[in-house]
Design a protein around this ligand. Structure first.
Ligand code: ADP
Length: 187
């Protein structure tokens, strides 16, 4: 049975790790727009060149550009068969509206970890771009950008908030329980 899910989470929430786990658990492709754009940038395609310039400035690609990329990916046969885990998309309300007009979404998950915890995690891994100022800026941007999109899915009764605190295994178990419950309601 295909699972069609959208996942949100702050940087440092463990979304990347959990997407890998969920993708293998459900056999559904993990579709990360950030990964797709970085791959296109590395290949130097016209899309990649446009994306690279925008990513370097910390901006967002125009909705119609990213929508084209996502629609093309969602038209692939593996999606038809197994569904998808969308990560990094939708990022704006118009993107979310376009998505739900095209496909039925089973569940939107907010992988929730308090801001002070992700701040500590990011400072702990101490990557060079993880200065306290840069971290605060990214957290503020996430809040401004993503909260309206999360609210959009909440308004459609598709949102489930999953607690992201605990060991990776505990969080995966919670996610699977939430998703299975939703899939059972759908069946
Ligand atoms: P982050 O590094 O913030 O976790 P991603 O890896 O998901 O973000 O994406 C990296 C960059 O790709 C974003 O900063 C943005 O420029 C671009 N991007 C990714 N997804 C989208 C989207 N849905 N709409 C517009 N731009 C996007």
């Amino acid at each position: 049975m295909p699972v069609r899910l959208v996942i949100f989470g702050r940087q440092g929430a463990g979304k990347g790790t959990q997407c890998l786990e969920l993708s293998s658990h459900y056999g559904a492709p993990h579709i990360s727009t950030g990964d797709m754009l970085r791959a296109a940038a590395a290949e130097g395609t016209p899309l990649g060149l446009e994306a690279k310039a925008i990513m370097e400035q910390g901006g967002l690609l125009p909705d119609e550009v990213i929508l084209g990329v996502v629609e093309e990916r969602l038209a692939q046969p593996d999606v038809e068969e197994s569904g998808f885990l969308l990560d990094g998309f939708p990022r704006t309300v118009p993107q979310a509206e376009a998505l739900v007009a095209k496909v039925d979404i089973d569940i939107a998950i907010d992988l929730s970890v308090p801001e002070d915890v992700v701040r500590e995690r990011m400072l702990g891994r101490a990557r060079e771009d993880d200065t306290p100022e840069a971290i605060d800026k990214r957290l503020a941007l996430y809040a401004a950008e993503t909260v309206p999109v999360i609210d959009f899915f909440d308004g459609l009764d598709l949102l489930v908030v999953v607690d992201g605190l605990g060991s990776p295994g505990e969080v995966t178990a919670r996610l699977v329980a939430a998703i299975d419950e939703r899939l059972a309601e759908r069946a």
